[in-house]
Each structure stands twice: as structure tokens, then as C-alpha cells.
Ligand binder design. Structure first.
Ligand code: 4AD
Ligand code: MG
Length: 465
């Protein structure tokens, strides 16, 4: 195992003149007159360690195997580097080849691969510059999320993956069963779920929210952070069938408090990643999306805009009357589509926008009904380039009203008995939201396709690796 000190990230900080040993994978190799150069990377930093091998120092057969993709241990001495881009380089004295990689067949060549091709070699794309940067940022982001909530006394809850209820009430679930649904017993027309593994229909969870509410009504402030699953057949650059969600839930909190926390949270995690991953973000800014750094720095320091849905619709209608062609029609009661969300955040306000108080018909059953009885205390946080990055609400904490909503949505009351009981015993105003981790990753990196910010994407028709 590499000790902390031995990572390339740390070797690059050392002064010339010390003995050093590095382990990693060869990114590129270049042969000069009487000297060979290897760019070695162990994933610890964007920057590679340049290894310099004078002719004759290592045996020919070893050198012959030290090609792109091979895994090596190199020991020698750190010396001042005459080349641009690094202060020190490693002058090799000895090389051990753990695993060679045939240069004729190694799929990850130096340049020119499309993101689509790299997705097909997800077992090797992790060694490329782009995906090295993506997954270091994802790591830093995850840590920042925990740190934000832990610093504020939130309890981390592990919500179940297998669930007996539909947390969003939208019916976009993957079923979990051990029954052979293709071959029902002779004479049986429909599935008998009492015979199934759990004795009832179950599915992969679409959200940990309902369970988080149970915990908030005992631990006050909590959050979940885990995988969630949606069987929406939408093949878009912003949707995954399996994605990670962070869901804080706060007792003694209303929609205003929820919105303020969301803003503080986004600013915190952006500031953390800016500080922790400067080289990776610099790469995204130069090579992927030239507005990344500017946008992030702007968001970290400016106040978010917030307005009710009704006002947002007015703005969109005005744009239409002024000649803007919406693909999806705008009227009070229609759900906001990506084109509308992006117009508000990119063109009208030019910063993150929180839209609140949506019509009850287009939002989930658990949201708090306003006094107008038409709108619910929902909020969506919209950001440039992405659109919706956070969805949340104040929850309906009144028993009778919640029961009405469950029935009105055509949901099975008996599936939600425990959720209803929370409103019977010690109910209290509470609120929370969900941040899609991959949407946040897209925002931080400028990556255009959500499949390229998660290690192994699951989308319609695709579950390799
Ligand atoms: O707006 P959503 O559906 O809200 C909920 O699930 C609530 N239970 C959250 C809560 O209040 N605790 O999803 C929340 C966020 C979205 O804003 C989006 O960022 C992300 O999850 N998201 C997806 N990300 C990738 N692929 C998908 N199919 C996604 N669906 C939602
Ligand atoms: Mg939503």
C-alpha cells in the first residue's frame, strides 16, 4: 500500500535531492536521444510525475515493458525539472513492472477519444485526465456534503434501498421480486405477492425522504445520502436510472428556512471544491466548459433569486408575448420544462433561482397545502446550464389534509399508514430537499452528459460494468 507521503501528489511538493519511490500507471512515454520520459499517474493529482530514465540505467526488457497503460514502481531521486509545468521530476534508478500493457491493443490512447467511446471502456477511462478529474471532484464533493451537515449537527441516516412504498407517488419504480412473473402458476391470472420474498410488492427506492422524515421527527435535523432509482424512460443527458441523492430533513422548519439552508449548502460545497480541487477545476475550465470557474465563483458570492411559481409563469408568458417560441406551452398549472427553467436562471436572473409555491396538481402528495388551497409549499432550485438541481418542500404535517392528498393521488392508504401516524403522534412543521449529486457534478465540472459524472451509469438499455 502507498503511504500518504508516497502519493505522487505529495512527491510533487518535495524538494530536489531526496530519494523517492512512486507507483502508478504510465500515461504516456516519449523516447529521446539517450533518455526516456514517462508520465506516471497514481490518481492522487491531476498532474503526472515525470520519470526520466537515462539510457543504460534499467535493463532493456524492463524498459520495453514500460509503455502506456503499464503499472510500475519507480525508485530513484527527485531532481529539479528543467521542463515547464513541474518543479521536480523523478530520475529513475530502478523500475519494476507490475503489469505490462500491450501498446498495440491498449484501448486508451493519448488523444482523440470521444466521451461515448470512453463510456464503453469505463474500466479504463478512470485513467484518463478527464475522468481522473471527474472522480476526484466527486470525492471532494461527497466529503464536503458530509462536512456541511456534520458541522451543523445533522444526523446521517441510512435510508433503505428496498422499499414498500412509492416515496414520490409517481409510479416510476423498479420492481424487486423473486417471483418468476413470466411463468405464473397454471390457472393463476395475476401475481400473488403474498408468495413473494417480502410478502408484498416492493421496489427500489426513488427517494429516502419518507424515512428521513421519521428520523427528523426524533433527531430534529437529519440527512440521507445514497443511491436512488427511477425507471423513467427518459434518455436525456440529465437523467439516470440510478443516481445519488442528498436529502436533508429538518423539524421545526418551514419553506423559508428550507430555502435558506439550500442556498447556504450550495455555496458551501462549491467553495469547498474550489479550494480542494483547483487543478481539476482548472482543467474543466480550459478543456470542457470555459464558464465553469467564473460561474462557480459568482454563485459562491451572490444571493440567490427567489420568486413564486405564479410570478415565474408571468415572466414566461411575457417572453412568449414578446416573440419567444416555447416548445412546451406556458400557462398557470403547467409544469416548468427545462427550457423555461433555463430561461429564468440563464437569461432573466443570471444566477441561481428558487421557484416556490407550485400548483398542487403538478407536485407530490406530501407537500404542505397553502391557504389558497391551490398551491403547495414546494421549491425547485434552478441553476444555469442544468435547470433543476434541487427539489424540496415543506411537508404536509396535518393528518386530515395529508390523508386527502394521498387519496386524491390515487395512492394506497395502507402503504402509508406509518407516514400518516407521524402526523398523529407529535407532528410538527418540517421541511427538506433533495440534491441530485450528478446534477451538482455537472454544474461543478461543466461535463455535458450525466453519464460521465458517475462511475458506472445506468440508463435505458445500458447497464454494463
Ligand atoms: O425533485 P425530486 O424528484 O425530489 C425528491 O425526490 C424529493 N423526495 C426530495 C426531497 O424533498 N427530499 O429529486 C430531487 C433531485 C432533483 O432536483 C434532481 O437534481 C435529482 O434529484 N434527480 C435526478 N438526477 C438524475 N437522474 C434522475 N432521473 C433524477 N431525478 C431527480
Ligand atoms: Mg423535482
Amino acid at each position: 500500500m502507498i503511504e500518504k507521503d508516497g502519493y505522487i501528489r505529495n512527491l510533487l511538493q518535495k524538494s530536489p535531492g531526496v530519494a523517492a519511490e512512486a507507483r502508478g500507471w504510465v500515461k504516456t512515454r516519449r523516447d529521446g536521444k539517450g533518455v526516456h520520459f514517462i508520465q506516471l499517474n497514481d490518481g492522487s493529482s491531476f498532474q503526472d510525475l515525470q520519470v526520466v530514465i537515462d539510457a543504460g540505467t534499467v535493463p532493456e526488457p524492463t524498459l520495453a515493458q514500460a509503455t502506456t497503460g503499464a503499472c510500475l514502481r519507480v525508485s530513484g531521486e527527485l531532481v529539479a525539472s528543467p521542463g515547464a509545468g513541474q518543479a521536480v521530476e523523478l530520475k529513475a534508478r530502478e523500475i519494476e513492472v507490475y503489469g505490462p500493457a500491450n501498446p498495440a491493443t491498449y484501448p486508451l490512447q493519448k488523444k482523440g477519444h470521444t466521451m461515448e467511446f470512453l463510456r464503453e471502456i469505463a474500466h479504463l477511462r478512470t485513467r484518463s485526465n478527464t475522468f481522473g478529474a471527474v472522480f476526484r471532484v466527486r470525492n471532494a464533493l461527497s466529503f464536503a456534503i458530509h462536512r456541511f451537515f456534520q458541522e451543523r449537527g445533522f444526523l446521517y441516516v441510512h435510508a433503505p434501498i428496498i422499499s414498500g412504498s412509492d416515496a414520490e407517488g409517481a409510479g416510476r419504480m423498479f420492481q424487486v421480486t423473486t417471483l418468476d412473473l413470466m411463468n405464473l402458476p397454471r390457472g393463476q391470472a395475476s401475481v400473488d405477492y403474498t408468495q413473494d420474498f417480502f410478502g408484498k410488492p416492493t421496489n427500489l427506492t426513488v427517494s429516502g425522504q419518507l424515512e428521513a422524515e421519521i428520523f427528523a421527527l426524533a433527531f430534529s435535523n437529519v440527512y440521507t445520502f445514497g443511491p436512488t432509482f427511477r425507471a423513467e424512460n427518459s434518455n436525456t443527458p440529465r437523467h439516470l436510472a440510478e443516481f445519488w441523492m442528498v436529502e436533508p430533513e429538518m423539524a421545526f422548519c418551514d419553506l423559508d428556512g428550507n430555502r435558506r439552508l439550500a442556498e447556504e449548502f450550495l455555496k458551501y460545497i462549491i467553495a469547498y471544491v474550489l479550494e480542494d480541487c483547483p487543478a481539476d477545476l482548472d482543467f474543466f475550465n480550459k478543456r470542457i466548459e470555459s464558464t465553469v470557474l467564473q460561474t462557480l465563483e459568482h454563485v459562491a458570492t451572490s444571493d440567490f433569486e427567489h420568486l413564486p411559481y405564479t410570478e415565474a409563469v408571468h415572466i414566461l408568458e411575457k417572453a412568449r408575448d414578446g416573440g419567444r417560441n416555447w416548445e412546451f406551452p406556458v400557462f398557470w398549472g403547467a409544469d416548468l420544462q427545462s427550457e423555461h427553467e433555463r430561461y429564468l436562471t440563464e437569461e432573466v436572473f443570471r444566477k441561481p433561482v428558487v421557484v416556490t409555491d407550485y400548483p398542487r396538481e403538478i407536485k407530490a402528495f406530501y407537500m404542505f397545502l397553502n391557504d389558497d388551497e391551490k398551491t403547495v409549499r414546494a421549491m425547485d432550485v434552478l441553476v444555469p446550464r442544468i435547470g433543476e438541481i434541487i427539489g424540496g418542500s415543506q411537508r404536509e404535517d396535518r393528518y386530515d389534509l395529508l390523508l386527502d392528498r394521498i387519496r386524491a393521488h390515487g395512492l394506497r392508504e395502507e402503504d402509508y399508514w406509518w407516514y400518516l401516524e407521524l402526523r398523529k403522534y407529535g407532528t410538527v412543521p418540517h421541511a427538506g430537499f433533495g440534491l441530485g449529486l450528478e446534477r451538482m457534478m455537472m454544474y461543478l465540472t461543466g461535463m455535458k452528459n450525466i453519464r460521465d459524472v458517475i462511475p458506472f451509469p445506468r440508463t435505458p438499455g445500458s447497464a454494463e460494468f
